[in-house]
Design a protein around this ligand. Structure first.
Ligand code: DQA
Length: 154
């Protein structure tokens, strides 16, 4: 019997401030891959998972909020590394709550092993889950977890 074709999924990938500098930014903490290389890895993983991904990076909180609002009509889920906004942004928390799209939070570094100000995440309370500390692999694991969750829902 032929297999059922998998349902088409579209995921918004959001990278927050300073992540455009990956590769040169504190490589001992964030690794040596550039953002373009991480995005390529995500595109490949998206193909494996039969999910289309749309990627946005911004250093501006409002741009990230606008992208989350626009996602509700275009995408089924959100993968987000909000960078430093993780620890400060009630606005991003509220935007995710408002669109009510399943969201997975990722971090390259293990935020709980670092300075105390990184231990609290405003995203965590509105995310289905969080992956932190596996370097670029956090993104791949996060995408797998999100797509798995979305397929179970449908
Ligand atoms: C980060 C962790 C944040 O604390 C930091 O501000 C970042 C990157 C990470 O991916 O490990 O910019 O989100």
């Amino acid at each position: 019997m032929p297999l059922e074709p998998l349902q088409f999924l579209s995921v918004l990938v959001l990278h927050g401030p300073n992540l455009n500098l990956l590769g040169q930014r504190e490589p001992e903490i964030y690794g040596s891959l550039t953002l373009a290389e991480i995005n390529h890895l995500l595109e490949e993983e998206g193909q494996n998972l039969q999910a289309e991904i749309h990627i946005v990076q911004s250093n501006h909180e409002g741009v990230l909020v606008d992208a989350i609002h626009a996602a509700s009509k275009k995408h089924q889920g959100i993968l987000i590394n909000a960078g430093a906004y993780t620890h400060t942004s009630v606005a991003i928390h509220d935007a995710i709550a408002a669109v009510n799209l399943p969201t997975v939070e990722v971090h390259l570094s293990n935020i709980y092993k670092r300075e105390a100000f990184r231990h609290h995440s405003y995203i965590a309370a509105v995310a289905i889950g969080q992956i932190s500390g596996f370097g670029a692999e956090s993104y791949r694991l996060g995408l797998q977890a999100l797509v798995h969750y979305l397929r179970k829902m449908s």
